[in-house]
Design a protein around this ligand. Structure first.
Ligand code: GMT
Length: 381
């Protein structure tokens, strides 16, 4: 198949899923055309089946806001036409699904039918998409997609609850490449950060409010009062300065390290004892899955799709959003040497259920189904 993939070229979950999916499809012999405004961070290698098309947005003094959606739709039309693309797969509804609809209509006017698959990732539905400024466009473009997937059952249900959706949504969860995400021998790194055998807690995110990093810090604050511990915060974003102030005000700056955006996050996860994700909402929690693959148990909230990943009392624990006292209690239980090894093994076993080789065929089968449906509709017309 020749597939056009549209995504945000960022370290964020949807961009990572789209890029890793494209790479895996290319390895399976499909021809993949990435269409983005910048080279995605994980697309830094050569593969004969991977192509990259940059969306060019010419500057013009009249534009206070550059018309990205139009430029993206035009690039989709060009790529489909020039490269004979069979199907477009857009990740994150806003504005990719509506740009894809526009491209589809232009192509149809030229006698070419190209189906569009939209994958909903989370904030495009739960946070941004619901806003009245976007809602009609999101509803329309989901309904007009030829296939729609969501990364968890919870996100699927949320989409039906918040938008008037007339079509089926297929759940295809996030996946993990266990050849990359696996526990590595990084003892020198662990010794440097935890020279006295402290327990190491890690949080990774894009430092947005929805991640409730205060709760991660407050949980750590209480944990380190009871056992020697360190906290690593990986990632960057709008909350960084505020969280740094909180850490200073609590007097724990020496025990907390801000590592910024890291590409090789698996190296940090390899030395972690516990991963903390107290999010207000989390459609799936790819960062938590990456931690589990590196044998790190979880302390998470029970928001969104997290109960579909974190098995209560087995791979870690879930607490109600904002219940720091419960997270402290659970973290101390998991970090206890009598329990830690079992939780680590359970985390890895659960991660294996989301191995790339299990999830990739679901996407391939879904593409086939959508293509067949499009062909049979064409025959009727
Ligand atoms: O975590 C983020 O805020 C980034 C966001 C994105 O859209 O890039 O991640 C979302 O998509 C990921 C991949 O499907 C999911 O694993 C994350 O749970 C989801 N984030 C939220 O729902 C907050």
């Amino acid at each position: 198949m020749k597939i056009g993939i549209v995504c945000y070229p960022t370290f964020g979950g949807s961009g990572v899923v789209a890029t890793e999916l494209g790479k895996a499809l290319a390895k399976n012999g499909h021809q993949i055309h990435f269409i983005t405004y910048q080279q995605p961070p994980r697309l830094d290698f050569f593969n004969e089946n991977v192509f990259y098309h940059e969306v060019n947005i010419p500057a013009y003094p009249l534009f206070q806001y550059a018309p990205y959606e139009s430029a993206l739709a035009s690039e989709m039309v060009n790529v489909v036409t020039n490269e004979n693309v069979d199907l477009l797969h857009v990740h994150y509804a806003i504005p990719h699904a509506s740009a894809a609809y526009m491209a589809k209509m232009i192509l149809r006017s030229q006698g070419r039918n190209v189906p569009v698959v939209t994958t909903l990732h989370g904030t495009d539905i739960t946070l941004v998409g619901k806003d009245a400024s976007y809602e009609p466009v999101v509803t329309f473009s989901i309904n007009e997609s030829d296939g729609v997937t969501a990364v968890s059952e919870n996100l699927r249900q949320d989409t039906y609850a918040h938008f008037k959706i007339r079509r089926d949504i297929e759940v295809i969860p996030n996946f993990i490449d266990l050849t990359r995400f696996q526990r590595q021998q990084k003892e020198h790194f662990k010794k440097a950060i935890c020279p006295n055998g402290e327990k190491l807690i890690v949080h990774t995110s894009n430092f947005r409010r929805v991640k409730r990093i205060d709760d991660a810090v407050m949980t750590f604050y209480h944990v380190q009062q009871q056992i020697p511990a360190k906290l690593l915060l990986v990632g960057d974003g709008p909350e960084r300065a505020r969280i740094e102030r909180l850490v200073r005000d609590l007097g724990i700056y020496d025990q907390v390290r801000f590592l910024g955006k890291l590409d090789a996050v698996e190296e940090v996860l390899s030395v972690a004892d516990l991963f903390i994700m107290p999010s207000e909402n989390e459609s799936f929690g790819l960062a938590a899955l990456e931690a589990m693959a590196c044998e790190v148990p979880l302390i998470t909230s029970n928001a969104g799709g997290l109960p579909e990943l974190n098995v209560q009392g087995v791979t870690g624990f879930m607490s109600p959003v904002g219940d720091v006292a419960d997270m402290v209690k659970n973290a101390l239980y998991v970090l206890d040497d009598d329990h830690l090894l079992e939780f680590k093994a359970n985390a890895l076993a659960r991660a294996k259920e989301f191995e790339l080789s299990r999830i990739l065929p679901l996407y391939e089968a879904y593409y086939e189904r959508v293509l067949q449906e499009t062909r049979s509709i064409e025959k009727v017309i």
